[in-house]
Design a protein around this ligand. Structure first.
Ligand code: SAM
Length: 241
């Protein structure tokens, strides 16, 4: 069933942007057909009634099935080729990430002007909205403005991890996650196509990040992001089973 993030005006749900066009002309949803509306992180089973050239949304009842993780995952994704970056945003959203921070590091081949990034951020937010609705999430992950790796700060309630393939005696991601119950959030930093400079990893370690291995193979940046978020999300959801 189609999910839509909606606004609320005078106690009625209002579709966002051009979602009415999507409902009527793309998905060809019929009059009084059911859709799920998401408002304020809660989901409602609704019916859409076409009224003249507009519509009215009737709420049937709230849906209680939460699809959100009980801990936040923050992805610091260093800049990689545009289409790959878009792919990471879409897949990380489906996998349950709660925040994505586009991160500039020394070997990022893509250069951005942090003060002129609004169009990019708006495009990322559109990808996030669509991926959130498709994966029936109750929230849309947030996307921060671009930051430099050296400016990453780790909060006390966050387990900080940096995926690094160069050290031999590293803990696996799974082993590091065994301490996750002491934290409310987990942050993971993923390097670019050319990898991290050693001093970047050392800086992150100084800031409290733990170096983790994702296995004995060298993964592409986008593969490393998705693999690590899938592992973290699975660990969170299966914790205590
Ligand atoms: N150093 C890599 C090479 O030799 O090709 C280039 C970096 S890799 C393509 C991109 C990023 O994915 C790395 O910076 C790291 O963050 C992550 N990554 C890839 N494979 C990994 C592994 N086996 N363990 C931990 N992180 C890995």
């Amino acid at each position: 069933m189609q999910h839509y993030f909606v606004d609320k005006i005078n106690d009625s749900f209002i579709l966002k942007d051009n979602d009415f066009h999507h409902v009527k002309n793309v998905m060809r949803i019929k009059n009084m057909q059911e859709i799920v509306c998401i408002y304020d992180s809660r989901k409602y089973l609704c019916q859409i009634e076409y009224v003249a050239s507009s519509y009215q949304i009737h709420v049937l009842h709230e849906l209680k099935n939460s699809t959100e993780l009980n801990k936040d995952i923050i992805l610091y994704q260093t800049l990689i080729k545009n289409d790959k970056f878009d792919f990471v945003i879409q897949k990380a959203t489906e996998l349950g990430v709660s925040k994505i921070v586009p991160t500039i590091c020394k070997r990022s081949i893509i250069k951005v002007d942090k003060n002129n990034s609004l169009n990019k951020i708006n495009r990322y937010q559109k990808i996030i909205k669509e991926a959130s609705e498709q994966s029936t999430r109750s929230i849309q992950p947030t996307i921060d403005n671009f930051i430099d790796l050296k400016d990453i700060e780790l909060d006390k309630d966050t387990l900080g991890l940096v995926a690094y393939e160069k050290d031999d005696d590293m803990k696996s991601l799974h082993n590091e996650l065994t301490s996750l119950n002491e934290y409310q959030k987990v942050a993971i930093v993923i390097g670019p196509e050319g990898g991290f400079e050693k001093d970047e990893v050392e800086l992150l370690i100084k800031k409290g990040f733990h170096v983790v291995s994702l296995g004995n193979r060298i993964l592409r940046s986008e593969t490393a992001s998705l693999a690590s978020i899938a592992i973290i999300a699975h660990y969170i959801e299966s914790f205590g089973e």
